[in-house]
Design a protein around this ligand. Structure first.
Ligand code: GLU
Length: 451
């Protein structure tokens, strides 16, 4: 393709607002976005809302909000339903030319006859070279004279898509491979209205780990973008992750900013076969992005997550601040703050722990004598810390003593006294979050249990 042609690239994403925006739709939109931006082309959002019964305003809003949140911008937005007059004009033209005809047929309701408009199928072989799937040939005879409008006033999907792609000057149709079967019909209509053929790229479906198609019916809410938004994933991580679902850079790099994706994306590297949605990988990738967030941004996200969990929202601002780095270490996405809290992981941050005194005994210890000495020493060390001691400061004060006396014998009872749990965030971080007086009081309680 020479440069002149590239300048005229026009791509479109054409979702039907009949349900929450599917991650597969986002991925189609993203590939269109990357291709258009890479080539200085135009990107159009076309809301295909001609199915009045199934199309809903809330889903249209969901589509727009989702892309605004992702930071993917379109150059133009159209609503297909507002273009009815144009579709009707083409429909009338086809009928005039004898390329489509009004057909009166038995309706489904008893006795009622209804009218539909059928396309006069020239019954020929249609062939196209798909950028992803390669050469595809299709004998259209089996499609018969297919319906293109419910009446002269109600053009249907295929006609609307073809007319709009033509009128909008779409050069590249990049969409899910579930539309391959629609392509022969659409090509026949294109030829009938005298529209040039766009270049097709049908991208592989997104599959569940069991390789079944990722569908709302089977996989529930987790197929829609808003689920990930609500779970506190980062938009830039989702974009990066979805870009790699069916495309790869040709080497083992995995982390790409949107700018880098625009540079690197290539149709040649879109795979033919289905791409499995791997939540573990998304989680890993999201954590990579969480780790790289500037401090203030991390803090905004984290405080929002903390405040959305009733139990943690009760903490003082100072404790919340202290919790930020601790939680950032533990989570992959911000919704996990709530999940872990509800599992009881952070109970000791808001309540004093309850445990049996034997739980203070490190592994092979037989009696609590050593433990008691260590707790007394720990109290002395912690009491001396500044009120706002960070985890690092607490560690610097306690660790040398622990190394001297045996880490297990010091840190185990410290952890138990502070958290009541065998597993928790590290005890120094707990000290930094609950504060010095509370830490000392919990250690005193441990001492009291032993005595
Ligand atoms: N509106 C169609 C859909 O959401 C897509 C049409 C197209 O991309 O050609 O399935």
């Amino acid at each position: 393709m020479n440069k002149g042609e590239k300048e005229h690239i026009v791509c479109r994403f054409a979702p039907s607002p009949t349900g929450p925006l599917h991650v597969g739709g986002v991925r189609s939109a993203l590939f269109n976005y990357l291709y258009a931006r890479q080539n200085g082309g135009k990107l159009i959002l076309r809301i295909e809302d001609t199915d009045i019964e199934r199309s809903k305003k809330e889903y249209e809003d969901d589509i727009k909000e989702s892309f605004a949140w992702l930071g993917l911008e379109f150059d133009e937005t159209h609503k297909q339903s507002e273009r009815l007059a144009i579709h009707k004009k083409y429909l009338a033209g086809l009928i005039d030319k004898g390329l489509a005809y009004v057909s009166r047929e038995e309706g489904t309701e008893a006795g009622k006859r209804k009218e539909v408009i059928r396309f006069k199928n020239p019954n020929r072989t249609v062939a196209f070279d798909d950028l992803v799937k390669g050469h595809i040939e299709f004998d259209t005879t089996e499609l018969g004279d297919f319906v293109i409008a419910k009446s002269t006033d109600e053009p249907l999907f295929h006609l609307a898509v073809v007319v709009d792609d033509f009128e909008m000057g779409i050069t590249h149709v990049i969409r899910g491979e579930d539309h391959i079967s629609n392509t022969p019909r659409q090509i026949l209509i294109q030829d009938a209205i005298g529209a040039p053929r766009p270049i097709y790229a049908h991208i592989p479906l997104i599959l569940a780990p069991d390789r079944s198609k990722l569908s709302k019916r089977k996989h529930g809410e987790s197929v829609s973008l808003k689920y990930y938004r609500a779970q506190g994933y980062l938009p830039e991580a989702l974009i990066n992750y979805l870009a790699l679902l069916g495309w790869n850079p040709g080497d083992d790099r995995e982390l790409f900013s949107t700018e880098e994706l625009i540079k690197e994306f290539s149709m040649e590297r879109i795979q033919k076969g289905g791409a499995v949605f791997d939540i573990e990988k998304l989680n890993w990738m999201n954590k990579e992005y969480v780790t790289k967030l500037p401090k203030e941004v991390l803090s905004t996200y984290m405080l929002r997550a903390i405040d959305s969990v009733e139990q943690l929202s009760r903490l003082t601002d100072w404790k919340k601040e202290r919790l930020i780095p601790v939680l950032a270490d533990r989570i992959h996405y911000f919704g996990q703050v709530g999940e872990l809290t509800h599992l009881g992981e952070f109970d000791y941050l808001t309540e004093t722990p309850v445990y049996a005194k034997e739980a203070l005994l490190w592994k092979k210890e037989l009696d609590l004598t050593k433990t008691k000495t260590n707790i007394i020493a720990l109290i002395a060390l912690i009491e001396k810390l500044p009120k706002d001691a960070t985890a690092e400061v607490a560690k610097a004060a306690i660790f040398p003593y622990a190394e001297e006396q045996g880490k297990g014998n010091v840190l185990w009872p410290l952890r138990m006294a502070l958290s009541g749990k065998e597993k928790s965030i590290d005890p120094f971080s707990i000290v930094s979050v609950i504060g010095i007086p509370e830490s000392v009081s919990r250690l005193n309680y441990a001492l009291h249990l032993i005595e």
